[in-house]
Structure formats: C-alpha cells, structure tokens
Ligand binder design. Structure first.
Ligand code: PMP
Length: 308
C-alpha cells in the first residue's frame, strides 16, 4: 500500500503512525464525515494540484449541509493540501482531506459547540480502475442497488456515509466480474457510477445526467463540460434511460480517482466497436493535455505546490 509519510492532522504535520483517532469517534459509529479526493499532477512547471479551490469549496459545502463547523478557513486547508504534497516529496499524488466528528460522545446529535477534526493525507495512487483502463476501457453493469433518494441523504454532499451506497454498487459489480457498477436513481434513470460520473456520446453530442439524478456534481464532470464546449462540442445535461447506454456510440466515466475511463460494454452489450471511441480519445487528450501544457489552462485550474 502506498501511504502518506507525513499527515496533516488538526493543524500540524505528523508521521503516519501518529495520526490516530479513538474507537469512540462519532464518525466511526455514524458516518459523520465529509471528505474530498483531489489529484496533483506533474507539470513542466512542477507539481500542480488540479482545481484545489473548487474541491475545498465542495468540502466546506458538504460540511455546511450537515451543519458541521470546520475550525479552519479555506485558505488554511488549501495551503495544508499544497504542503501535504510538498512535505511528502510527491510530484503526482492523490490528496484526501477529511473532516469528521471525533470523540464528542455517542449522542446522534453532537453536543452544541462541537467542531470537526480535520486530516489531510497525500500519497501516490495510480489509475483507480486499473492501469489499462484509460486506454482499453472497462466493462460495467447496471447495479441492482439504486442511488440515494434525494430526500434521504443528499448526494450533492460528499459525506462518508454516502459511500456505503457506493460500496454496495461497486462490490456487487466486482463480484460479478465487472470493473464498476452504474446505479439508477429511484426514478429508474441513469445516475452515476459508484465513484464516477457518466457521459454518453450519441451522434457527436455529449449527454450527462443532470444534478437532479442523485449524482455527486463532479469536478471532473464540470471540467469535461467546460473543455468540450470550449472545443465546439455540444454537451447536454439531461435524463438518460438505461437502454440509451446500450445504444450509445461511446460512453465514458469521469472522476478524480478514475480520471477519464472509456466503457467497452454495459451488462455484456458491446458499445460501438468495443474500443475507446474518437470523442472519448479527444476528451482524454484535452484533459491530460492540461498537465503537459498541450491544452491551455485558460481557467487557472492548476494550483502549483511550490511558490512560482
Ligand atoms: N460521483 C461519486 C459518487 C464520486 O465519489 C465521485 C468521486 N469524487 C464522482 C462522482 C466524481 O467526482 P469528481 O470528479 O469531483 O472526483
């Protein structure tokens, strides 16, 4: 396992072995945590964190939804993320900030005045769905588990508890020999993968489920929408029926950990010619080009770890 050598925990860096919590921690019992997954990439100008401020904004938004006070401001957390990459001597990395309720008692509602504890770890992590996934694509299935209903737990918050749903979806898929599971929302429309958003390509147009389809509004999803439109491709956010996946010209999944992964087949039905399609390849080139400089970073998405 790749592990972070120095972890930022409640305001200071400490060795991996010292960053511990108590077994009575609230988050361990009730899932009361919010977190982020962020990547830093090697670039010609040094290591850069991709869309750091947007990720930390989403962390604070997730905490706000659950009324969880984070006792640091966003600038402090942003800098701690840069330092976590830098202090661990990393060039490319996966960064995991987590805010959670610690040892505040086992009452469901935490005592008034309780604040979150915060940790940030940075460590090397290769392509989440396997080394070949980016070029070769993956085989996926529709899960028998639905995504959360909007009035049960908000999928727009990236909260620890939500990932029990994701574990059911991805675990079932893997047991049946698929790389990933895709869930329907409670209305039976396509929602998202266990940890990725989805894009269908049909007749040259990109279509992705709207934020009302029980998705996490992914930062990679937003990046792809922006890059595609900037390059003259049409993108629609609209409901997608299950059978539209089977009939897609191309399908790909997006996420920080997974990056951009072509889908070869859904439920054993081959899509297109069963290989990465031309628009998926173009989108990958635009996305990964941000890190080698072949795609201009017009949006200021690269946040350099070392002072420039
Ligand atoms: N949906 C879920 C459920 C996820 O866990 C993730 C990964 N964070 C995504 C979508 C993709 O989001 P992002 O592009 O911001 O990583």
């Amino acid at each position: 396992m790749n592990q972070a050598e120095q972890i930022w925990f409640n305001g200071e860096f400490m060795p991996f072995a010292d960053a511990k919590i108590h077994v009575m921690s609230h988050a361990l019992h009730y899932g009361s945590s919010v977190f982020e997954g962020i990547r830093a990439y090697h670039t010609p100008k040094g290591s850069a964190i991709f869309r750091l401020e947007e990720h930390i904004q989403r962390l604070f938004d997730s905490a706000k939804i659950y009324r969880m006070p984070i006792p640091y401001n966003q600038d402090t957390i942003n800098q701690a993320c840069r330092d976590a990459v830098y202090n661990n001597g990393l060039d490319s990395a996966y960064i995991r900030p987590l805010a959670f309720y610690g040892n505040v008692g086992l009452g469901l509602n935490v005592p008034l005045g309780s604040e979150a504890e915060v940790m940030i770890a940075a460590f090397p992590w290769n392509a989440y769905l396997g080394a070949d996934s980016i070029e070769q694509g993956v085989d996926v299935c529709i899960s028998s588990w639905n995504r959360l209903a909007a009035n049960t737990m908000p999928t727009g918050a990236k909260a620890g508890g939500n990932y029990l749903s994701s574990q059911l979806i991805s675990g079932e898929a893997k047991r049946h020999g698929y790389a990933e599971g895709i869930a329907l929302d409670i209305n039976g429309q396509i929602s998202e993968g266990a940890g990725e958003n989805l894009f269908v390509v049909k007749n040259g147009v990109l279509i992705t489920p709207p934020t009302t389809a029980a998705i996490l509004p992914g930062i990679t999803r937003d990046t792809i929408i922006t890059l595609a439109r900037d390059n003259g491709l049409e993108v629609k956010e609209e409901s997608i029926a299950r059978e539209a996946l089977y009939l897609a010209d191309e399908l790909f999944m997006t996420g920080t950990a997974a990056e951009i992964v072509p889908v070869r087949s859904v439920d054993g039905i081959e899509l297109g010619d069963g290989q990465r399609g031309p628009i998926t390849a173009q989108i990958q080139q635009l996305f990964f080009g941000l890190f080698d400089g072949s795609t201009e970073d017009k949006w200021g998405w690269l946040d350099y770890v070392a002072p420039q």
